[in-house]
Design a protein around this ligand. Structure first.
Ligand code: ISL
Ligand code: CA
Length: 557
């Protein structure tokens, strides 16, 4: 059985600082803005905050291109603002997790500026430089953001590797001097008192340094076989743990595509690995071979299968996490729920799922009150490099802009990055100035202010759910037992711990669904539900979510 730790019991709230709260009217969210909202964050019943990158950056990719690891992005404030924020969090009993982006740096980082000047520069080997092949790049790898993963640099006539944008050159972990720098910067932040790291694209830090061509057109398969899970991955993780992490009580959560139930153990080794990982199984369900801008339909059966497989895989070693949206994906309710007629019910249903699964839950800002996707009218409206590059690729394949924009509105990252809707005022209470990104036009209908203290609101429901999880260890440590696997609308499971047997029923459809026989006639107490009336226990109404505590003497089938 798993040992108890604070990070297993944590409920994490993810903040995308650029879009959270602007304190000085320049249209960009900032650290002081977050500090202003600490009481709001506390009121959600979460106990840990994860901040997307706040380091110095030319901002080519939402701050995931870092040019100074120990510096704060001036738009976000100063180190003093950061210290205030950290103090404010800790004073309220909240912990802080930082984003650590060390698979790549910015091309404006001094290391890369040096590296590109000459083949014999001491920083040359901080990155991957290779000569071209047959008049082209060293191999056929494509970047996550479209086009070749290699960029020719005129100064020395060699190519450098960039799995993401060309302003994000990949760091060379083979080089001990680079690894030493990474260890130093982690210590810098830990000594300030931060409580952990979310390690960006940790799956790709160990490269296959012979750079073999990929042999498949399926991008996600290429990631698994060629970019991620490299030969020295375990060693590099273990080294960070031995040299740095073991000296602190911190949370480490690894992010990265290519982590599968079969290789999760390599990341999570109890003694030597990360505490937990994000798994992307469900997040890739609706992506075709071409990736994000190649959407395919998804089925509830597959969705459920993914949660089962992952839960089983993580039983052996380590711990999981659960998230249904973040800054890289469409809004949770627009993607898995119904953001029109059943907006409120389906948002609450997703909140129920998120906070009743085994694994540490991550709530993405705005999801706690049902923020939805936006509608871009043209590619020019997009603020995301991935969407712009995706469009250049898509037009080569013959898509019209109208077709592409439709896809981007379904799957693009802009959806998650619009400003927080604090109230119904002109800029939704996000800024007194002109926001860096347009506020969603539905701010009048969907905002914090209207939902606060409104008993039936999504926001209040989320608070009840966080409280339920916090006060009932069965929702944290309980076994996860899925009830049926075939039904295309119902997602039903038990959580079982000591004498507690809880049943969670979620109806992912706009129809009333009659329960399978094994679920009817149970003696139970309702712990929470998104319909106020008493349940029949025979059927689930449209988008109904209910958690039942089964009474003593009840036999589990
Ligand atoms: O979003 C994805 C699926 O299409 C992922 O593959 C994602 O691109 C990948 O997990 C890495 O994401 C992280 O690193 C990127 C950055 O753009 C993302 O915002 C970040 O979460 C590069 O640093
Ligand atoms: Ca600002």
């Amino acid at each position: 059985m798993s040992t108890k730790t604070w990070w297993k019991e944590a409920i994490i709230y993810q903040i995308y600082p650029r879009s959270f709260k602007d304190s000085n009217g320049d249209g960009v969210g900032d650290l002081r803005g977050i500090t202003e909202k600490l009481d709001y964050i506390k009121s959600l019943g979460v106990d840990t905050v994860w901040l997307n990158p706040i380091y110095k950056t030319p901002n080519d990719d939402g701050g995931y291109d870092i040019s100074g690891y120990n510096d704060i992005q001036p738009e976000f404030g100063t180190m003093e603002d950061f210290n205030d924020l950290l103090r404010g969090l800790h004073r309220r009993g909240l912990r802080l997790i930082m984003d650590l982006v060390v698979n790549h740096s910015s091309d404006e980082h001094p290391w890369f500026v040096e590296s590109r000047t000459a083949k014999d520069n001491p920083y040359r080997d901080f990155y991957f430089w290779r000569p071209g092949k047959d008049g082209g790049p060293p191999n056929n790898w494509l970047s996550f953001f479209g086009g070749s993963a290699w960029q020719l640099d005129q100064t020395t006539g060699e190519y450098y590797l960039h799995l993401f944008s060309k302003k994000q050159p990949d760091l060379n972990w083979e080089n001990p001097a680079l690894r030493n720098e990474v260890h130093k910067l982690m210590k810098f932040w830990l000594d300030k008192g931060v409580d952990g790291f979310r390690l960006d694209v940790i799956s790709a830090i160990s490269k296959r340094t012979d750079f073999p061509d990929t042999d498949t057109m399926d991008f996600n398969e290429t990631i698994r076989k060629f970019y991620a899970n490299g030969p020295r991955l375990k060693e590099f993780i273990r080294e960070m743990r031995t040299i740095v992490w073991n000296k602190y009580d911190l949370l480490t959560v690894g992010e990265g595509p290519g982590i599968t139930p079969d290789n999760a153990e390599d990341y999570l080794d109890n003694e030597h690995g990360l505490n937990m990982i994000f798994h992307f199984g469900h997040m890739f369900l609706d992506q075709g071979p071409g990736g994000r801008f190649d959407p395919v339909p998804w089925s509830m059966r597959d969705f459920k299968k993914i949660f089962k497989t992952w839960d089983e895989a993580l039983l052996k070693k380590g711990w999981g996490s659960i998230f249904l949206g973040n800054h890289d994906f469409a809004r949770m309710v627009s993607r898995w729920g119904d953001d029109k007629k059943y907006w409120s019910l389906s948002s609450k249903l997703l909140g129920t799922l998120l906070l009743s699964m085994r694994g540490t839950p991550f709530i993405f800002q705005g999801d706690e009150f049902g923020m939805t996707n936006i509608e871009l009218n043209s590619v020019d409206d997009s603020m995301d490099i991935e969407t712009h590059n995706g469009w250049s690729e898509a037009r080569k394949r013959g898509l019209t802009e109208e077709q592409f924009v439709k896809i981007a509105n379904y799957a693009g990252r802009d959806n998650a990055r619009t400003p927080m809707q604090w109230d119904g005022s002109a800029q939704a209470g996000f800024t007194m100035g002109i926001p860096w990104m347009k506020v969603n036009t539905n701010k009048d209908a969907i905002n914090v202010s209207d939902q606060q203290s409104e008993p039936d609101s999504i926001l209040e429901y989320f608070k009840r759910m966080t409280n339920l999880r916090k006060t009932n260890p069965v929702l944290v440590y309980g076994q996860y037992i899925p009830v049926e696997t075939e039904n295309e609308s119902l997602f039903v499971y038990y959580r079982i711990w000591e004498i507690e047997k809880w049943l969670i029923v979620l109806n992912f459809s706009s129809e009333t669904i009659v329960f399978p026989p094994e679920l009817t006639n149970r003696k139970a107490t309702k712990m929470i539900g998104n319909y106020s009336t008493v349940d029949s226990l025979d059927a689930a109404r449209p988008w109904e979510a209910v958690i039942l505590r089964l009474c003593d003497g009840d036999e589990l089938s």
